[in-house]
Write a protein that binds this ligand. Structure first.
Ligand code: GLA
Length: 521
């Protein structure tokens, strides 16, 4: 233990030296901090051997429904989990940290989780809120679309669940393993195994031959303490030309619940043909209202994800149709060179973000992803590393759902480092659920400032330009005054204190992301 501490101390000193500080931690910030450059530099420190509990501080569930929650915790295994104040309807498996049972009656239950291993222990509170609302923090997980398109199989879904555990993603809060389009049958498809009867003689939807056992699949995912998501369209066909839910909405929703799904993405697609050319606001809402009401009547908690590309200003009414998150635009896969623009557009409608109701700018596409224009097989993203840090930082400052959509079988260390920094993710999962506000500095640079529940602020200093630039965040711009300490969230190091501002050299197309904490408190 001594040895590890010494090494981590030494590496922290080295990082500080590299950042060109003349001051040691704890004193005033005098110099300009330098952000990551365009190398493949891994900024997220490796998890320590002692337990570190992560995950949201609030969790919503509906009374009487099945409850499943895997405690996100880093650290060497075996870890022993103990919980104080757990409602009697729930149990925790002390070895895996999986809490299961039946959600308790309406109320708030503050539990205290302790994780202990041979190296140390950690304790963290979690408030379970049994009531009407789900997704009190943005959903986190994986979706198959941008990696596997119409090639997805049951085996790949199971593998994604395996990797969510083995890669450490579940230890920082990722939990949904979601199938997108192409699990059903189509009338025509290049893949014979995806062609067949759309429904059986009772009208039940028939999965294609790549999905021989839907219940078995969700059981497999649930067995790891993770959750399972599914996809359909209110139209007769999905966007990929597979069977949709039209005229079978309730029957399909019941089937999804029976199979054990916990999340539904409901994609407009061919519904457009039914809605006609000039769609009224009511017309946009109609199919979603219908499904929202159906899902609410199920005896399972099913997170409802609207996908209709932002039509009719969905952010203004998504919550009214019982949705938990809604896509705010078209497919991000087609505009990965515009992530800054997309993020800024989402910030403009940030006031509609709140616990249980989230704007969704689409998935995180880094690592090995398939080109959306040709539904290509996964290739390593050409996105510069600094921009990948900016992408993840933007999504967290926006309080967006964090759904990774690259190839889980090819997760590399750099991608894991971008996806799995618990201090960065904590910003996304903050219980206030606020979206960051934007302050433009000049044509290339802007700040994104997010108020956090503990009174601190997360600030992203962004540079969209082609060269590194110095960016400052003045306390007056952040509406704060007096002595504040600054923590670099990607590197997880304290940078010192300041009474008036924080400045950093921000890499081209990159970010420096900090948390600014009042040091007088
Ligand atoms: C639409 C959606 C995507 C994906 C595909 C599947 O394009 O926006 O996210 O679900 O359909 O066909």
């Amino acid at each position: 233990m001594m040895k590890t501490k010494l090494i981590s101390h030494l590496s922290a000193c080295l990082i500080i030296a590299l950042l060109n500080f003349s001051l040691i931690s704890g004193t005033c910030l005098g110099n300009v901090t330098r952000g990551n450059d365009e190398t493949n530099e891994i900024l997220t420190p490796a998890p320590k051997p002692e337990p570190r509990l992560n995950g949201p501080l609030v969790y919503g569930c509906r009374p009487g429904h099945p409850f499943l929650y895997r405690i996100p915790c880093q650290g060497d295994r075996p870890v022993q989990f103990k919980i104080k104040g757990l409602p009697k309807e729930l149990q925790v498996d002390q070895a895996t940290g999986i809490i299961s049972g039946i959600a308790p009656k309406k109320g708030e239950y503050e539990i205290s989780i302790t994780a202990k291993n041979s190296e140390g222990k950690d304790t963290r509170k979690l408030k379970i809120i049994a009531g009407d609302r789900l997704a009190l923090t943005p959903p986190m997980g994986w979706n198959h679309w941008y990696a596997h398109y119409d090639r997805i199989t049951d085996r790949m879904m199971r593998q994604a669940a395996d990797v969510m555990i083995s890669s450490g993603m579940a230890e920082v809060g990722y939990q949904y393993v979601n199938i997108d389009d192409c699990w059903m049958n189509a009338q025509k498809n290049n893949d014979e195994l995806r062609v067949g009867p759309l429904r059986d003689d009772k009208g039940n939807i028939v999965p294609n031959k790549h999905f021989p056992d839907m219940k078995g699949l969700t059981e497999y995912i649930h067995g790891k303490g993770l959750k399972a998501g599914i996809y359909t369209s209110p139209g007769p066909r999905t966007c990929g030309g597979f069977a949709g839910a039209w005229q079978h909405e309730e029957q399909d929703a019941r089937q999804f619940a029976e199979w054990g799904f916990d999340f539904l993405k409901y994609d407009w697609c061919s519904y457009g043909e039914l809605a006609g050319e000039k769609v009224t606001l009511e017309g946009y809402q109609k199919p979603y209202k219908k499904m929202g009401t159906i899902l609410k009547s199920m005896d399972r908690d099913i997170v409802f994800n609207l996908c209709q590309y932002g039509m009719g200003d969905v952010w203004k009414w998504g919550g009214d149709v019982d949705a938990h998150c809604w896509r705010t635009g078209g497919d991000l896969g087609f505009e990965l060179d515009r992530i800054f623009d997309v993020a800024l557009k989402n910030a403009e409608i940030g006031q509609y973000n709140k616990p249980g109701e989230w704007n969704d700018p689409d998935y995180i596409q880094i690592g090995w992803i398939g080109n959306a224009n040709k539904m290509g097989i996964p290739e390593l993203t050409p996105m510069p590393p600094s921009m990948q840090y900016a992408y993840m930082s933007l999504w967290c400052l926006l309080a967006s759902p964090l759904i990774y959509s690259g190839d889980m079988s090819k997760l590399d260390d750099f991608t894991i480092n971008v996806l799995c920094n618990p201090e960065v993710i904590e910003v996304d999962q903050d219980p206030l659920g606020k979206c960051g506000r934007v302050l433009n500095i000049n044509k290339d640079c802007f700040l994104m400032i997010k108020d956090l529940a503990d009174g601190s602020k997360a600030v992203g200093l962004f540079n969209r330009g082609k060269n590194p630039l110095e960016v400052s965040a003045g306390w007056n711009q952040l509406n704060i005054s007096g002595k504040h300490s600054v923590r670099d969230l990607w590197r997880q190091i304290d940078l010192g204190t300041s009474e008036d501002k924080f400045s950093a050299i921000v890499p081209a197309q990159g970010v420096v992301m900090v948390r600014i904490i009042n040091s007088i408190k």
